[in-house]
Design a protein around this ligand. Structure first.
Ligand SMILES: [Zn+2]
Length: 432
């Protein structure tokens, strides 16, 4: 039996209070064993929190991790133009090796910034699952199906693959990988295919993750074609369910917010991506007030352009206030909860809180920095002042992924070099 003691720090508790405490985790079960006053617990190994702040590992509720290869390739364009002119031509050239290289880079970036779990939408999912296994992180993965522009055979094959991948990889990496069925969005997958495949996913108890109501262009065609709001249309097909979460949810009206709440459908809010692509402002406080579970995601690195969840918390608080026209909306404690407990709830992991019995997924923040001085309110700092680079240790499933800012699960230099080489070759192929 091997136990790790995270000692000498302050600990963020589930009720958003902070106290001096040690945290004992079991490396066998991967759970937190106890949280107690300093000196009361013993472990076989120690991780010195050194006056830092111990927080739950952050949960990135919506990303495309391998898109790190496209970081900074094309900026300053609206969603549709950007996808059609820049992203899709390059993605068409992606090989399994490229995706592995991009995924490893993204996972290293996440570990360095205190993220321990992610929900990913992409393809070549086995490569991503292997990378997550090596990273020691938790992830919900899936193959993203698109039918628009495809013939019937290719369209059906895409959706079948999404089902097959979800069935095959569920429980991989010793249970740290879970899966979702992933129709890309309500406008990129045809109604006949949703009607046929969604019931199969539900029969298998697969959860569902899709993009919805991200831009006005995702709302108007559905209203024109089906005479109803997108989420009402989705609900009629059976897509909205207690295990479903939609990415974005920017243009949701009151009836759709009610529908999300009634069906238990969650939302992965992606504030930086929504701002960068000028998609719009999600009504996050309204969603929260209605009882919808809202997590936070970075979306892909090409529309962010990093995977730092601390940036994302700050963005979520800021844009949430603007959207509500109320400075008290989406407050500091709320965004921290969104990036931890709410994200874990969306992904279906028993993480997101420092408490005995929960998954031992945590990060330690080095508070010894000018931008974190003075320390009136550490929850405020988490939302508004901490950067990903302030994280000094990251632990997931009881294992140390980063110690003293050194990533232990990958050779970071080699990962960066390989990703740079793959990115350069990829862009060259796409330009030919
Ligand atoms: Zn996305």
């Amino acid at each position: 039996m091997s136990e790790l003691l995270v000692t000498g720090g302050q600990v963020l508790r589930p009720d958003m209070t902070v106290e001096r405490a040690d945290v004992l985790v079991s490396q066998d079960s991967g759970d937190i064993v106890a949280v107690d006053e300093p000196g009361a617990l013993d472990g076989d190994d120690e991780l010195d929190a050194n006056d830092g702040l111990v927080i739950p590992g952050l949960v990135n509720a919506h990303t495309h991790v391998a898109m790190t290869l496209l970081r900074g390739l094309a900026d300053d364009k609206p969603l549709n133009t950007w996808l059609q002119e820049d992203v899709w031509p390059v993605e068409a050239e992606l090989t399994a090796d490229d995706i592995r290289a991009g995924a490893e880079l993204g996972l290293v970036e996440m570990i360095r910034s205190g993220t321990t779990a992610l929900s990913d939408m992409y393809f070549e999912v086995e490569e991503i699952a292997d990378a997550v296994d090596q990273a020691g992180m938790r992830a919900v993965l899936g193959f993203t199906a698109v039918t628009v522009g495809k013939d019937d055979e290719a369209a059906r094959s895409d959706l079948q693959e999404s089902l097959d991948v979800a069935r095959k990889l569920e429980g991989a990496a010793d249970g740290r990988v879970r899966t979702t069925f992933q129709p890309h969005s309500l406008t990129t997958v045809g109604e006949e295919y949703l009607s046929e495949f969604v019931p199969q996913a539900l029969d298998d108890d697969l959860s569902i993750h899709l993009h919805a109501n991200e831009t006005r262009d995702e709302v108007t065609p559905i209203v024109d074609e089906h005479g109803q709001r997108p989420l009402a249309y989705a609900d009629d097909i059976g897509l909205l369910d207690g295990d479903t979460y939609v990415a974005h949810g920017v243009y949701v009206d009151d009836s759709e917010i009610d529908l999300l709440a009634e069906t238990g459908t969650g939302v992965a809010h992606c504030p930086a991506s929504n701002m960068k692509l000028a998609s719009g402002m999600a009504p996050v406080q309204d969603l929260l007030d209605a009882g919808v579970t809202v997590g936070i995601g970075t979306d892909g690195a090409a529309s962010n352009n990093d995977l730092d969840m601390f940036d994302e918390m700050r963005d979520a608080a800021m844009i949430g206030k603007l959207a509500a026209d109320d400075a008290s909306a989406v407050d500091a404690g709320t965004v921290v909860e969104m990036a931890t407990a709410n994200g874990a709830a969306l992904l279906g992991f028993d993480s997101g809180r420092i408490e005995a019995g929960a998954n031992a997924d945590l990060a330690v923040i080095d508070l010894d920095a000018p931008h974190l001085t003075p320390a009136h309110d550490l929850v405020s700092h988490l939302a508004y002042a901490v950067h990903g680079s302030d994280v000094c240790h990251t632990v997931c499933d009881g294992e140390v992924l980063m110690r003293d800012r050194t990533v232990e699960v990958f050779d970071e230099g080699a990962v960066r070099e390989r990703a740079s080489e793959h990115a350069a070759a990829l862009v060259e192929r796409a330009g030919d």
